[in-house]
Write a protein that binds this ligand. Structure first.
Ligand code: IMP
Length: 192
């Protein structure tokens, strides 16, 4: 059986990757399966850089096929912020209700309310070569938080084709259009 390593300890991400990769015959492992700790420094200026750095840190220790992803919300009226700092925006431990309200406040008087969720998956192969896959979903910052599904910035991300926010639709429906789903679909096309 082919083995692929996911450079994350985030259970939600591990499960999502397992669901997609196991049917293709991959045995999926993650940082949760290791006894040792691998230091991963996420200090890149772009999603591509961060995704690659995470995968490469793990590849350098294990020398196997590694996948990792980096994602975030880019708001036009905030010059693309919080972008690669999405998890750290206003502090890692700050509640998303507070982060989301701060974004609404900054965008409400702007002419351009556009925003994108971006996800880049990096695949470092056992031979050391690497490739990145990018997925984006385009929408707008809503004027209030809406919905209780999803996580993070989903309650303020209005997706016009659904006529509501991503937090206000079922997870399966979000996955059909999401940045992570799109990047993953591109990776799967290559793996097949
Ligand atoms: P990462 O784990 O370094 O990729 O950080 C991703 C951060 O971007 C998350 O902590 C969220 O703040 C935000 N984010 C990424 N994808 C989504 C999404 O699908 N919905 C809402 N927020 C997201």
């Amino acid at each position: 059986m082919k083995e692929i390593f996911i450079a994350t300890s985030n259970l939600h991400k591990v499960e999502e990757f397992k669901e997609m990769l196991q049917p293709l015959g991959y045995n999926v492992k993650s940082l949760r399966d290791l006894d040792e700790t691998i230091e991963i420094i996420e200090d890149g200026a772009t999603f591509e850089e961060n995704a690659y750095k995470k995968a490469k840190s793990v590849y350098d220790v294990l020398n196997v096929d590694v996948i990792s992803d980096d994602s975030g919300l880019c708001v036009n009226a905030m010059d693309g912020a919080p972008g690669v700092y999405s998890a750290r925006f206003m502090g890692e431990d700050t509640a998303y209700d507070i982060k989301n309200q701060a974004i609404i406040d900054q965008v409400q008087n702007a002419d351009d309310k556009g925003a994108q969720f971006v996800c880049v998956i990096s695949h470092v192969k056992a031979d050391g070569s690497h490739k990145e896959y990018r997925g984006e979903v385009h929408g707008e910052i809503n004027d209030r938080m809406l919905g209780s599904n999803g996580f993070g910035y989903d309650p303020i991300f209005y997706y016009p084709p659904f006529a509501t926010t991503l937090a206000n639709v079922e997870p399966d429906k979000k996955n059909t259009v999401s940045h992570r789903g799109l990047a993953l679909a591109k990776l799967l096309e290559d793996l097949q």
